[in-house]
Design a protein around this ligand. Structure first.
Ligand code: TXA
Ligand code: MG
Length: 327
């Protein structure tokens, strides 16, 4: 199969819609990462997503809808705070897990009785969702375990020849996946940290828990238990610039080509070494993280990431990705 990359516009959206409505799957941009889309009511199409990605069959998908879609057709909204969160943070990088009404196929939710719903803010993605006017399920458009794609070209590198079309909506601005929030209980609970932070949710609705995944627990968000986000090269996670420098010099001694991935301040300290500079603010770092990992895997034998050693705000999501990709 030939994989076409088309700039997202009325014509390419029409083409993607045709493919989706006839049981195919396509790459689509969102503001967080690129998604691999299928019609949420088409079990056979959804199976293709799992096949193409090599995704474990017990890891459910997020359903995406446009901003005017009546979500109560798909889910029971049992807690009023969910309406408040929807009003404040969508369209945007917040996915809420509700009790499902069963309209999205069982293949997409792995037979479960909940549905994760997301209203992306990416303008082109909104237009595609509007054109289809039905839930589109989409995981990140990478091979399972690999780093999530933030450009159409990243999607092509993983899925070339396996899907007919990738809509190119530019580089994702968010850079890490949406926050997944369980809103079925009295208090909202973060299952996967992201750009909508615990602090933002507490400020909006008064409280917010973070799900802890202990050994032996029934996992609420199956995705978090898998090895994830790894670039195709060796990796290490250092606690400080000094430790990274020592690891770097050892790599060089061993005849390897290392790169250090760090914030702007450490990049300044490490002038003269190969560096992947993530920038300075939390938002900037999140936005560059996967892009730099995917750049790094092409040039480095080993990426040595420096930990941010903080978990406030968006750093909770960043550190979660950093540990899984490089730890
Ligand atoms: O930003 C994003 O969320 C991107 C873009 C494409 O929208 N999508 C994404 O999908 O990251 P994926 O499949 O790579 O990750 C979905 C996460 C997984 O951790 C999965 O276990 C969790 O959401 N999830 C999906 N449905 C769920 C459900 N019903 N209950 C609990 N967790 C769920
Ligand atoms: Mg993913």
């Amino acid at each position: 199969m030939k994989t076409e990359i088309l700039k997202i516009n009325d014509k390419s959206i029409e083409k993607a819609k045709k493919i989706l409505l006839s049981g195919g799957i396509v790459g689509m941009p969102t503001e967080t990462v690129y998604g691999l889309a299928a019609l949420g009511t088409d079990g056979e199409a959804v199976k293709k997503i799992y096949e193409v990605k090599g995704r474990p069959s017990d890891n459910p998908l997020i359903a995406h809808v446009h901003k005017d879609f009546p979500i109560e057709e798909l889910v029971f909204v049992n807690n009023d705070y969910a309406f408040e969160l929807k009003k404040l943070f969508t369209p945007g990088p917040l996915t809420m897990v509700f009790e499902s009404k069963g309209k999205v196929c069982k293949e997409a939710v792995c037979g479960g009785d909940t549905l994760a719903l997301r209203i992306p803010s990416h303008e082109g993605c909104q237009r595609l969702l509007k054109a289809v006017n039905a839930p589109i399920v989409a995981p990140s458009a990478n091979l399972s375990k690999h780093t999530s794609p933030v450009t159409a070209e990243h999607v092509r590198r993983d899925l070339d020849g396996k899907i007919p079309l990738i809509l190119d909506g530019g580089k994702c601005t968010g850079g890490i996946e949406s926050t997944v929030l369980d809103v079925t209980g009295k208090i909202p609970r973060i299952l996967r940290a992201g750009l909508i932070t615990r602090e933002m949710i507490v400020k909006a609705v008064g409280s917010c828990e973070i799900a802890e995944h202990k050994e032996g627990d029934r996992v609420r968000s199956p995705g978090v238990k898998y090895r994830h986000y790894r670039p195709n090269c060796e990796t290490a996670l250092a606690d400080s610039a000094e430790e990274a420098e020592a690891l770097y010099l050892q790599c060089v001694k061993d005849g390897k080509k290392p790169y250090i991935m760090c914030d702007g301040e450490n990049a300044e300290k490490l002038k003269g070494y190969n560096v992947l500079n993530l920038g300075n603010t939390g938002e900037e770092i999140a936005s560059n993280l996967y892009d730099k990992l995917l750049e790094g895997e092409r040039v480095a034998d080993e990426i040595i990431a420096i930990s941010f050693n903080r978990e406030d705000g968006v750093y909770l999501g960043i550190m979660n990705r950093l540990r899984k990709s490089c730890g």
